[in-house]
Every structure is written in C-alpha cells, then in structure tokens.
Design a binder for this molecule. Structure first.
Ligand code: ITT
Length: 178
C-alpha cells in the first residue's frame, strides 16, 4: 500500500487509472515551500509527510510553464489558478502561445526521497474548451493533438500528460524494487 498525499481528487483519479498497485489518497496538508523549482517543493513535501505518516508515501508537485511569461506560473500554478484562473492566463499571453506542464513525484521509501519527472509541451488556446479535468486543462492542447486536455477522457490525457509520464516512471521503479 502506497500513500499519495494530495488534496486534489483529480490527480488521484488520474494516477489510479495507471496502476494496480494499491494506492490510498491521504489529504494531509503539507507546506508547499516557496522555491524556484518543483523538485525542491516536492522533496520538502515528501520529507514532511513521511515524518508524519511513517509509511512510504509520495507527493506530486506540478505546474504550467508559459514561454511568453518566461515560465510563469510554474511552481506558483496552484495560487495562480485560484486567483487569475484560465481566463487570467489567456489575457497575459498573446503572440507566443507555447507552454508546457511539468510534474515531479517525490517518493519517500522510508530511507530516502526518490524523484520522478514528466513533461508535456503544447499550445495555449484562444478560449477555454472542454469541461473535463481540472486547473488549466481547458486552455492546454498537447503536441500532436487538436483538443484540450479538458476535452479528453482521463485515459487519453494520461497518454500525453506530464503526470502520466512521471507516474509511469515511478511505477516501473516500484515494480523493480518491490
Ligand atoms: P496537492 O494537494 O497535490 O498539492 P494541488 O492542486 O495544490 O494539489 P499543485 O500544488 O501541484 O497541486 O498545483 C498544481 C496546479 O497546477 C494545479 O492546482 C493546477 O492549477 C495546475 N495543474 C497541474 N497539473 C495540471 C493538469 O494536469 N491539468 C491542469 N492543471 C494542472
């Protein structure tokens, strides 16, 4: 049994579809430190959570990085989603609509933290499209697609997504060491 420490039910639902390993969602609030990289935020979170849970557990920190905004909102994506939202991001970007999502999983196995990363490049739309998913899904079209993540089923999003890639790497590691 592995504990996924997250307050985000969408994230949990996405990764559940990618493995048979028993996962438990645990909504344990942990400090998301102010740092320039997702890795630092995730690593700190995993250490903090392991100290409290006392069992192997992982956190996932992710974000949207917009080229026109030199990578903003990046590690501040949660806050920006809650304040500016999709419409605010679309107002900020104009000509250059390239962006990527990055996901970092930090897994504390009881002795150390292991990091797994996934990334997906794409384009920001002119207007929001689709009702599925969460966060910035309605404004992001992954490379090789014409639809936004919010227009896809979870299984399809997982094939392209930053989280799908990071989690697939994590699962193959778990399968080797278990
Ligand atoms: P945790 O409890 O796991 O931290 P969270 O939603 O706060 O849940 P993050 O701190 O990693 O997660 O914030 C990442 C934000 O980036 C998230 O709230 C979304 O706004 C955005 N984001 C990350 N992955 C996304 C995805 O797959 N689709 C759309 N938006 C995403």
């Amino acid at each position: 049994m592995v504990h996924f420490i997250t307050s985000n039910a969408h994230k949990f639902a996405e990764v559940k579809k990618l493995t048979d390993i028993p996962l438990v969602q645990m909504n344990l609030p942990y400090p998301e430190i102010q740092a320039d990289t997702l890795q630092e935020v995730a690593e700190y979170g995993a250490e903090y959570c392991y100290e409290r849970v006392g069992e192997p557990c992982f956190v996932e920190d992710s974000g949207l990085f917009c080229d026109a905004l030199l990578g903003f909102p990046g590690p501040y994506s949660n806050y920006v989603d809650r304040t500016l939202g999709c419409d605010g991001i679309l107002r900020l970007v104009s000509q250059n609509r390239k962006a990527h999502f990055t996901s970092v999983i930090a897994y504390h196995d009881g002795s150390k933290v292991n990091l797994f990363m996934g990334e997906v490049g794409g384009t920001l739309t002119e207007t929001k499209k689709g009702e599925k998913g969460f966060g910035f899904d309605p404004i992001f079209v992954p490379e090789g697609e014409t639809r936004t993540f919010a227009e896809m089923e979870t299984e399809e999003k997982n094939l392209y997504s930053h989280r799908g890639k990071a989690f697939t790497a994590f699962i193959s590691y778990l399968n080797q060491v278990r």
